[in-house]
Design a protein around this ligand. Structure first.
Ligand code: MTE
Ligand code: MO
Length: 545
């Protein structure tokens, strides 16, 4: 077998007739530097392939996703919206794709740094990396893993197959290590493979040696192309799980909103480019932190907890005036109060409850408020297991709060003595009681003059309830009290209606406004959704002929 350049006795002890002249050596060094990105490309292409492979077969988040989550937590709502617009219509995929390309580019360029550090004598007389090269490559792998671990520490605890929090953090670190060791090993071997070699001219082996060098360079090129092609293949598999339903709305049917939204029609919002699909055998619910007796549940055990069910309306903070990111389902689960009682109750210094989800989503609220709202940890939605996109196998419902504070894919409930941030809280979105809203769903125009018609729609104020809804047909000058249907529950929307007979032809501006259970009237102040949630009255222009 060949030995490495550093240890070759021939080279160090006796001058060889084949030893190149100094000028050739220098040009050899330059060609080595020029060739090194080739090794870097092969290494990063294969590392990218490994990252996507681990994502698809083990649910380990890719460094691109970790990077994305990290960035999203460190920008404000304004920048967040700019990015959404900039990368529309694929605000999640474009940045992820760019991050992937950026990483491959970085790994390619790092090949030069590697070449400059190891300074292999060129032409080399061996295909085998020396100890020094292995150690350098290993150092690259470790530094990359450590940097990524430190930088993404708060993002590491996610796993798309639903592993519990601590285990998922460990698996992600292992994944990063595997990715970067893969990168280092390929870099080390590929660099050797493409380096110019000492070729003893005139020897019988000359042709064979040249052939071997050509083949090994071709091998590295094939590895790069194969790695990139494989990566593209896995990107496609990843895209199969793409959350294209993000932002789906719930619309009235024939101008009437069904009281209970079906699971298929329930609005959807998700932070994830591709949502988790928890494996029920791996998933756990953990009750930890400042609770008297911490504990862990399997899904079977969760389903044996005492449960209640009730209709709860969810609304996204981004729904806006007259918006449709609002739906109502019957949720069944255990109340937080009951669950904590089973664990001996909160310790005296527990003041917050923090929720963590398998997609790395975190959220916290004052414990007292959540207990008062009778928050539900649900595992059934409209009588069936919660669909994946709505948080299978378990999600939190906090009546009175916007959707962002209703974590899906729950895996840990932790009592703390401090506020725990998360994606939207860190960006600076409002996290107080949701604003009272009301929406006109019917009638649709044009309307015949002189004929009675019903004006109606929904009103919602979270767990404050709705006391009154008023309607105006003249843009808000004269108001009429609408009749209310009994609420489906304390935490649901309310249906209202008012009979109207337009007596004159013309254009009318219908407006509605609600008064919540505390007697506070909905504000007419027009405010956009960012960052505090939209306010103002829903207007609807109607032609009467
Ligand atoms: N784990 C997790 N929970 C989450 C989110 C998320 O991305 N991840 N999105 C939140 C947002 S912004 C909203 S509006 C609601 C939407 O719930 P739905 O899709 O079931 O309607 O889930 C919330 N809970
Ligand atoms: Mo939301």
């Amino acid at each position: 077998m060949q030995d490495t350049d550093h240890q070759t006795p021939m080279e160090s002890s006796q001058p060889s007739p084949s030893l190149p002249a100094p000028s050739t050596r220098r040009s050899g060094f330059f060609s080595a530097i020029i060739l090194s990105p080739g090794a870097g490309l092969a290494a990063s292409a294969l590392a990218a392939l490994l990252m996507l492979l681990l994502r698809v077969v083990a649910g380990i988040p890719t460094p691109m996703e970790l990077f994305g989550d990290f960035v999203l937590k460190h920008i404000n709502t304004g920048t967040f919206l700019q990015l959404l617009q900039k990368f529309s219509p694929y605000p999640k995929l474009y940045p992820l794709g760019l991050a992937l390309l950026g990483m491959i580019a970085l790994g390619t360029v790092l090949g030069i740094l590697y070449a400059a550090i190891v300074r292999v004598k060129v032409p080399a007389n061996s295909y085998r990396p020396g100890k020094n090269e292995w150690l350098t490559a290993l150092a690259f792998s470790l530094v990359m893993t450590i940097l990524a671990t430190v930088l993404f520490w708060n993002e590491l605890r996610q796993n798309f197959f639903g592993l519990p929090t601590d285990l998922s953090r460990l698996t992600t670190i292992f994944g990063l290590l595997a990715d970067f060791v893969g990168y280092g090993v390929v870099l080390c071997l590929a660099y050797r493979a493409i380096l110019p070699k000492v070729i003893v001219s005139g020897s019988t082996n000359e042709v064979a040696s040249k052939r071997r060098l050509m083949l090994s360079r071709a091998g590295v090129a094939v590895l790069s192309v194969g790695g990139l092609a494989g990566t593209a293949g896995f990107v496609r598999t990843f895209l199969d799980g793409y959350s294209s339903y993000d932002g789906d709305e719930t619309f009235p049917q024939h101008q009437v909103t069904p009281a209970i939204t079906t699971n298929a029609d329930h609005y959807v919002v998700t932070q994830n480019p591709s949502d988790p699909t928890p494996n029920i055998d791996l998933w756990r619910l953990e009750v930890t932190g400042l609770v008297k007796n911490p504990g862990t549940y399997t899904f079977t055990e969760v389903q044996q907890l005492p449960s209640t069910s009730r209709p709860i309306t969810l609304q996204c903070i981004a729904s806006g005036i007259g918006g449709h990111l609002i739906s109502t389902a019957i949720w069944q689960g255990v109340t937080l109060r009951t669950l904590l009682e089973k664990h001996g109750g909160p310790a005296s210094n527990a003041s917050y409850v923090a929720f963590s989800s398998v997609d790395g989503y975190t959220m916290s609220l004052p414990l007292d408020e959540v207990l008062m709202a009778d928050a539900l940890l649900a595992w059934r939605m409209n009588g069936v297991d919660i669909p994946y996109r709505h948080g299978y196998p378990m999600r939190v419902l906090i009546p009175g709060r916007y959707g962002e504070e209703n974590p899906k894919w729950l895996t840990r409930v932790e009592l703390t003595d401090h506020f725990v941030g998360g994606l939207y809280a860190d960006q600076g979105w409002y996290n107080g009681p949701l604003h009272t809203m009301s929406r006109i769903d019917h009638p649709a125009d044009p309307l015949p003059v002189g004929k009675a018609v019903e004006i109606g729609g929904i009103a919602f104020a979270g767990n404050r309830g709705i006391q009154m809804v008023e309607v105006s047909t003249d843009g808000g000058q004269i108001w009429h009290g609408a009749s209310l249907q009994p609420p489906l529950s304390e935490d649901s929307w309310v249906f209202w209606a008012w009979q109207w007979t337009p007596m004159l032809r013309g254009t009318y501006t219908l407006v509605c406004r609600a008064t919540d259970g505390t007697g506070a009237i909905q504000t007419s102040h027009i405010q956009g959704t960012v960052p505090n949630g939209g306010t103002g009255y829903n207007h609807k222009t109607i032609q009467v002929m």
